[in-house]
Design a protein around this ligand. Sequence first.
Ligand code: NAP
Length: 258
Amino acid sequence: MSNDLKGKTAIVTGASRGIGKALACTAASLGVNLSIAARQEGPLKETAEEIAKKYKVEVQPVVCDVTKLQDLENLVNKTKENLGDIDILINNAGVSSQYPFQEQPLEDLEKLAHTNYLGYVRLIRLVINDMINRKSGSIINMVSGSTLCDPLPRNFIVYSSLKVGLRAFSKALFWELRDHGIKVTSILPGVTDTDLTGKLKEITQDTSRLMTTEAIENAVRFALTVPQNVCPLEIAVINQQTPWTAPVIPYKQAHLNK
Ligand SMILES: NC(=O)c1ccc[n+]([C@@H]2O[C@H](COP(=O)([O-])OP(=O)(O)OC[C@H]3O[C@@H](n4cnc5c(N)ncnc54)[C@H](OP(=O)(O)O)[C@@H]3O)[C@@H](O)[C@H]2O)c1
Protein backbone atom coordinates (compact mmCIF):
# COMPACT_ATOMS: atom_id res chain seq x y z
CA MET A 1 0.00 0.00 0.00
CA SER A 2 1.36 3.44 -0.87
CA ASN A 3 2.23 5.96 1.81
CA ASP A 4 -0.37 8.41 0.57
CA LEU A 5 -3.56 7.30 2.26
CA LYS A 6 -5.84 9.97 0.86
CA GLY A 7 -9.05 8.39 -0.47
CA LYS A 8 -8.27 4.95 0.99
CA THR A 9 -10.93 3.08 2.97
CA ALA A 10 -10.73 1.79 6.54
CA ILE A 11 -12.94 -0.07 8.97
CA VAL A 12 -12.44 0.85 12.63
CA THR A 13 -14.30 -1.25 15.23
CA GLY A 14 -15.13 0.06 18.68
CA ALA A 15 -14.82 3.53 17.26
CA SER A 16 -17.56 5.37 19.16
CA ARG A 17 -15.30 6.29 22.07
CA GLY A 18 -11.92 5.72 23.72
CA ILE A 19 -8.97 4.41 21.73
CA GLY A 20 -11.07 3.45 18.69
CA LYS A 21 -12.48 6.94 18.32
CA ALA A 22 -8.99 8.42 18.61
CA LEU A 23 -7.71 6.04 15.92
CA ALA A 24 -10.62 6.79 13.62
CA CYS A 25 -9.64 10.47 13.92
CA THR A 26 -6.00 9.59 13.18
CA ALA A 27 -6.99 7.73 10.01
CA ALA A 28 -9.33 10.55 8.99
CA SER A 29 -6.53 13.09 9.51
CA LEU A 30 -4.58 11.13 6.86
CA GLY A 31 -7.48 11.47 4.40
CA VAL A 32 -8.90 7.96 4.89
CA ASN A 33 -12.65 7.37 4.42
CA LEU A 34 -14.15 5.37 7.24
CA SER A 35 -16.70 2.80 8.25
CA ILE A 36 -16.87 3.04 12.02
CA ALA A 37 -18.53 0.34 14.10
CA ALA A 38 -19.93 -0.12 17.60
CA ARG A 39 -23.11 -1.51 19.18
CA GLN A 40 -24.80 1.66 20.42
CA GLU A 41 -26.11 3.75 17.56
CA GLY A 42 -26.34 7.15 19.30
CA PRO A 43 -22.70 7.68 20.30
CA LEU A 44 -21.55 6.07 17.03
CA LYS A 45 -23.56 8.52 14.91
CA GLU A 46 -22.32 11.47 16.97
CA THR A 47 -18.72 10.34 16.48
CA ALA A 48 -19.27 9.91 12.73
CA GLU A 49 -20.68 13.43 12.42
CA GLU A 50 -17.84 14.87 14.51
CA ILE A 51 -15.15 13.22 12.38
CA ALA A 52 -16.78 14.01 9.02
CA LYS A 53 -17.11 17.66 9.99
CA LYS A 54 -13.56 18.01 11.27
CA TYR A 55 -11.63 16.04 8.62
CA LYS A 56 -13.79 16.30 5.49
CA VAL A 57 -13.68 12.59 4.77
CA GLU A 58 -16.59 10.19 4.26
CA VAL A 59 -17.61 8.51 7.49
CA GLN A 60 -20.21 5.77 7.59
CA PRO A 61 -21.48 4.63 11.02
CA VAL A 62 -22.45 0.94 10.99
CA VAL A 63 -24.11 -0.52 14.06
CA CYS A 64 -22.29 -3.81 14.59
CA ASP A 65 -21.80 -6.24 17.42
CA VAL A 66 -18.48 -7.90 16.67
CA THR A 67 -19.59 -11.04 18.50
CA LYS A 68 -22.16 -11.64 15.73
CA LEU A 69 -20.96 -13.03 12.40
CA GLN A 70 -23.92 -11.54 10.52
CA ASP A 71 -23.10 -8.06 11.84
CA LEU A 72 -19.50 -8.44 10.71
CA GLU A 73 -20.62 -9.54 7.24
CA ASN A 74 -22.96 -6.54 7.06
CA LEU A 75 -20.12 -4.22 8.11
CA VAL A 76 -17.85 -5.52 5.36
CA ASN A 77 -20.60 -5.46 2.71
CA LYS A 78 -21.75 -1.93 3.55
CA THR A 79 -18.17 -0.68 3.51
CA LYS A 80 -17.48 -2.18 0.09
CA GLU A 81 -20.80 -0.95 -1.32
CA ASN A 82 -20.47 2.64 -0.12
CA LEU A 83 -16.73 3.27 0.25
CA GLY A 84 -15.06 0.74 -2.05
CA ASP A 85 -12.27 -1.77 -1.39
CA ILE A 86 -11.13 -2.08 2.21
CA ASP A 87 -7.49 -0.99 2.46
CA ILE A 88 -7.16 -0.80 6.25
CA LEU A 89 -8.78 -2.75 9.08
CA ILE A 90 -8.35 -1.39 12.60
CA ASN A 91 -9.66 -4.14 14.87
CA ASN A 92 -10.14 -2.43 18.20
CA ALA A 93 -13.52 -3.22 19.82
CA GLY A 94 -12.98 -4.74 23.23
CA VAL A 95 -14.45 -5.35 26.66
CA SER A 96 -12.85 -5.86 30.03
CA SER A 97 -13.77 -7.95 33.05
CA GLN A 98 -11.50 -8.02 36.07
CA TYR A 99 -12.09 -10.56 38.82
CA PRO A 100 -10.20 -13.20 40.70
CA PHE A 101 -10.81 -16.12 38.33
CA GLN A 102 -12.93 -18.11 40.78
CA GLU A 103 -15.36 -15.17 41.05
CA GLN A 104 -15.53 -14.28 37.37
CA PRO A 105 -19.11 -14.56 36.08
CA LEU A 106 -19.38 -17.48 33.66
CA GLU A 107 -21.13 -15.35 31.03
CA ASP A 108 -18.17 -12.95 30.98
CA LEU A 109 -15.88 -15.71 29.72
CA GLU A 110 -17.82 -16.24 26.52
CA LYS A 111 -18.29 -12.55 25.91
CA LEU A 112 -14.59 -11.85 26.35
CA ALA A 113 -13.65 -14.63 23.94
CA HIS A 114 -16.21 -13.60 21.32
CA THR A 115 -15.38 -9.89 21.48
CA ASN A 116 -11.66 -9.74 22.16
CA TYR A 117 -10.50 -12.73 20.13
CA LEU A 118 -13.04 -14.28 17.77
CA GLY A 119 -14.45 -10.91 16.68
CA TYR A 120 -10.98 -9.92 15.48
CA VAL A 121 -10.17 -13.17 13.71
CA ARG A 122 -13.55 -13.42 11.98
CA LEU A 123 -13.42 -9.86 10.67
CA ILE A 124 -9.93 -10.43 9.30
CA ARG A 125 -11.15 -13.62 7.63
CA LEU A 126 -13.92 -11.63 5.95
CA VAL A 127 -11.59 -9.00 4.45
CA ILE A 128 -8.42 -10.97 3.84
CA ASN A 129 -9.18 -12.54 0.47
CA ASP A 130 -9.83 -9.19 -1.18
CA MET A 131 -6.57 -7.89 0.31
CA ILE A 132 -4.71 -10.94 -1.00
CA ASN A 133 -6.20 -10.45 -4.47
CA ARG A 134 -5.12 -6.81 -4.48
CA LYS A 135 -1.72 -7.67 -2.91
CA SER A 136 -2.21 -4.81 -0.47
CA GLY A 137 -3.73 -4.12 2.92
CA SER A 138 -3.00 -3.04 6.48
CA ILE A 139 -4.42 -4.78 9.51
CA ILE A 140 -3.98 -3.24 12.95
CA ASN A 141 -4.98 -5.33 15.96
CA MET A 142 -5.43 -3.73 19.39
CA VAL A 143 -3.66 -6.15 21.69
CA SER A 144 -2.56 -5.11 25.21
CA GLY A 145 0.53 -4.26 27.19
CA SER A 146 -0.63 -6.88 29.69
CA THR A 147 0.65 -9.53 27.26
CA LEU A 148 4.19 -8.43 28.15
CA CYS A 149 3.74 -9.69 31.74
CA ASP A 150 4.62 -13.26 32.57
CA PRO A 151 2.72 -14.44 34.51
CA LEU A 152 -0.19 -12.33 33.36
CA PRO A 153 -1.58 -9.68 35.78
CA ARG A 154 -3.69 -11.08 38.60
CA ASN A 155 -7.47 -10.63 38.37
CA PHE A 156 -7.11 -10.10 34.66
CA ILE A 157 -6.09 -13.47 33.34
CA VAL A 158 -8.94 -14.34 30.95
CA TYR A 159 -8.80 -10.93 29.23
CA SER A 160 -5.01 -11.02 29.10
CA SER A 161 -4.66 -14.61 27.91
CA LEU A 162 -7.07 -13.91 25.04
CA LYS A 163 -4.90 -10.92 24.13
CA VAL A 164 -1.85 -13.23 24.22
CA GLY A 165 -3.68 -15.46 21.76
CA LEU A 166 -4.54 -12.48 19.57
CA ARG A 167 -0.92 -11.32 19.65
CA ALA A 168 0.29 -14.78 18.61
CA PHE A 169 -2.32 -14.97 15.86
CA SER A 170 -1.36 -11.52 14.52
CA LYS A 171 2.32 -12.33 14.34
CA ALA A 172 1.67 -15.67 12.67
CA LEU A 173 -0.75 -14.07 10.22
CA PHE A 174 1.93 -11.63 9.09
CA TRP A 175 4.34 -14.51 8.62
CA GLU A 176 1.79 -16.41 6.59
CA LEU A 177 0.76 -13.45 4.42
CA ARG A 178 3.93 -11.39 4.12
CA ASP A 179 4.52 -12.40 0.50
CA HIS A 180 1.03 -11.16 -0.37
CA GLY A 181 1.97 -7.57 0.51
CA ILE A 182 -0.20 -7.41 3.62
CA LYS A 183 0.92 -5.69 6.81
CA VAL A 184 -0.27 -6.94 10.20
CA THR A 185 0.57 -4.84 13.25
CA SER A 186 -0.18 -5.48 16.91
CA ILE A 187 -0.45 -2.44 19.14
CA LEU A 188 0.26 -3.11 22.82
CA PRO A 189 -1.04 -0.14 24.81
CA GLY A 190 -0.37 0.44 28.47
CA VAL A 191 -3.10 1.48 30.88
CA THR A 192 -5.05 4.18 29.09
CA ASP A 193 -7.66 6.38 30.68
CA THR A 194 -10.86 5.26 28.92
CA ASP A 195 -14.24 3.83 29.95
CA LEU A 196 -12.74 0.35 29.71
CA THR A 197 -10.36 0.96 32.59
CA GLY A 198 -13.12 2.34 34.82
CA LYS A 199 -12.59 4.98 37.43
CA LEU A 200 -8.85 5.01 37.15
CA LYS A 201 -8.41 8.43 38.62
CA GLU A 202 -9.83 7.24 41.94
CA ILE A 203 -7.15 4.61 42.35
CA THR A 204 -4.23 6.53 40.95
CA GLN A 205 -1.84 8.38 43.20
CA ASP A 206 -0.61 10.66 40.48
CA THR A 207 -2.89 11.18 37.47
CA SER A 208 0.06 12.25 35.32
CA ARG A 209 0.96 8.53 35.22
CA LEU A 210 -2.13 7.72 33.20
CA MET A 211 -1.75 7.36 29.45
CA THR A 212 -3.98 9.28 27.11
CA THR A 213 -4.61 7.94 23.61
CA GLU A 214 -1.93 10.22 22.11
CA ALA A 215 0.92 7.69 22.06
CA ILE A 216 -1.36 5.04 20.57
CA GLU A 217 -2.45 7.46 17.84
CA ASN A 218 1.21 8.14 17.03
CA ALA A 219 1.95 4.41 16.93
CA VAL A 220 -0.90 3.75 14.51
CA ARG A 221 0.04 6.73 12.33
CA PHE A 222 3.54 5.25 12.16
CA ALA A 223 2.21 1.79 11.30
CA LEU A 224 0.06 3.17 8.49
CA THR A 225 2.74 5.35 6.93
CA VAL A 226 5.92 3.22 7.00
CA PRO A 227 7.54 2.53 3.63
CA GLN A 228 5.69 0.01 1.51
CA ASN A 229 8.35 -2.70 1.95
CA VAL A 230 8.35 -2.58 5.77
CA CYS A 231 5.93 -3.96 8.36
CA PRO A 232 5.92 -2.80 12.00
CA LEU A 233 4.97 -6.13 13.53
CA GLU A 234 4.40 -4.99 17.11
CA ILE A 235 4.43 -1.60 18.81
CA ALA A 236 4.26 -1.41 22.61
CA VAL A 237 3.48 1.94 24.20
CA ILE A 238 3.55 1.50 27.94
CA ASN A 239 3.12 3.84 30.93
CA GLN A 240 6.47 5.16 32.13
CA GLN A 241 5.41 4.58 35.76
CA THR A 242 2.85 2.12 37.04
CA PRO A 243 -0.47 3.92 37.32
CA TRP A 244 -1.72 1.67 40.12
CA THR A 245 -1.32 2.50 43.78
CA ALA A 246 -2.14 -1.07 44.79
CA PRO A 247 0.21 -3.94 43.89
CA VAL A 248 -2.50 -5.76 41.93
CA ILE A 249 -5.04 -4.51 39.45
CA PRO A 250 -8.19 -3.73 41.40
CA TYR A 251 -11.13 -5.79 40.33
CA LYS A 252 -14.92 -5.51 40.04
CA GLN A 253 -14.62 -3.18 37.10
CA ALA A 254 -16.73 -5.29 34.77
CA HIS A 255 -18.11 -3.40 31.80
CA LEU A 256 -19.78 -6.20 29.96
CA ASN A 257 -23.35 -5.07 30.39
CA LYS A 258 -22.91 -1.80 28.53
N1 NAP B 1 -7.89 1.28 27.94
C1 NAP B 1 -6.80 0.56 28.16
O1 NAP B 1 -6.07 0.75 29.16
C2 NAP B 1 -6.39 -0.51 27.18
C3 NAP B 1 -5.11 -1.08 27.34
C4 NAP B 1 -4.73 -2.08 26.46
C5 NAP B 1 -5.58 -2.48 25.44
N2 NAP B 1 -6.80 -1.90 25.32
C6 NAP B 1 -7.67 -2.37 24.23
O2 NAP B 1 -8.05 -1.28 23.42
C7 NAP B 1 -9.32 -1.52 22.84
C8 NAP B 1 -10.22 -0.30 23.08
O3 NAP B 1 -10.36 -0.10 24.47
P1 NAP B 1 -10.90 1.28 25.10
O4 NAP B 1 -10.13 1.47 26.35
O5 NAP B 1 -10.92 2.34 24.09
O6 NAP B 1 -12.40 0.83 25.49
P2 NAP B 1 -13.74 1.70 25.63
O7 NAP B 1 -13.44 3.12 25.90
O8 NAP B 1 -14.59 0.93 26.59
O9 NAP B 1 -14.38 1.60 24.15
C9 NAP B 1 -14.73 0.33 23.64
C10 NAP B 1 -15.34 0.51 22.26
O10 NAP B 1 -15.66 -0.79 21.75
C11 NAP B 1 -17.06 -0.86 21.44
N3 NAP B 1 -17.50 -2.23 21.67
C12 NAP B 1 -17.48 -2.95 22.81
N4 NAP B 1 -17.99 -4.17 22.61
C13 NAP B 1 -18.32 -4.24 21.29
C14 NAP B 1 -18.92 -5.23 20.47
N5 NAP B 1 -19.29 -6.42 20.96
N6 NAP B 1 -19.11 -4.96 19.18
C15 NAP B 1 -18.77 -3.75 18.66
N7 NAP B 1 -18.22 -2.77 19.38
C16 NAP B 1 -18.02 -3.01 20.69
C17 NAP B 1 -17.69 0.19 22.35
O11 NAP B 1 -18.94 0.69 21.84
P3 NAP B 1 -20.34 -0.01 22.22
O12 NAP B 1 -20.34 -0.22 23.70
O13 NAP B 1 -21.39 0.94 21.73
O14 NAP B 1 -20.37 -1.29 21.45
C18 NAP B 1 -16.64 1.30 22.27
O15 NAP B 1 -16.76 2.01 21.08
C19 NAP B 1 -9.84 -2.82 23.47
O16 NAP B 1 -9.61 -3.88 22.59
C20 NAP B 1 -8.98 -2.97 24.70
O17 NAP B 1 -8.85 -4.32 25.09
C21 NAP B 1 -7.23 -0.92 26.16
